[in-house]
Design a protein around this ligand. Sequence first.
Ligand code: ATP
Ligand code: MG
Length: 177
Amino acid sequence: MQKKGLVIINTGEGKGKTTAAFGLALRAAGHNRKVLILQFIKGPWVSGEIKAASYIPQIEVKQLGSGFIPLKQGKPVLSDKLREEAGRSIHYTRQMVESGKYDVVILDEINNMVDYGLISPETVAEIIEEKPRDVVLVLTGRNAHPRIVELADTVTDMKQVKHAFENGIKAIKGIEY
Ligand code: ATP
Ligand code: MG
């Protein structure tokens, strides 16, 4: 019998949340599992992992909304447009999780969306509680909400010990994106 699909969270300040989720996608694809990666927030660059994932037939990647959330002194500058997009994105996410088409669904940076107040923790909790039993959900991003942490099976808090950025080393292609 197929085991219960776990809910996995990669959170914390340290580097490695998204790349660990893509590592899991690679692992699942290697066992011929169908993987969907939904990107809630994207950076200014085309990231290598998205490109590489597109070469793997078992992995589908989709960017939701316009992707970019402007920050002012670390705080998101919210707009009606971002709220509408977030509403549509979460609706789509629910449809995809329930579709039965995917064994693993990765919600990249969804924790930030909840943290910014663009998606309610209750909505994410509902998706987790109502998902098909076997579907594995992976949620990444900083400041995972306690309500969602409570529902998850495996939660990793990436702890930053050092980051090259602090020494003035700017984002490196192939390492940071
Ligand atoms: P990665 O994508 O490398 O797994 P992440 O998902 O843990 O990192 P995010 O918070 O999503 O990190 O940050 C996105 C981008 O910022 C990535 O390019 C990441 O490498 C980089 N980054 C992560 N942590 C830091 C940090 N403490 N200082 C500066 N840049 C960081
Ligand atoms: Mg990330």
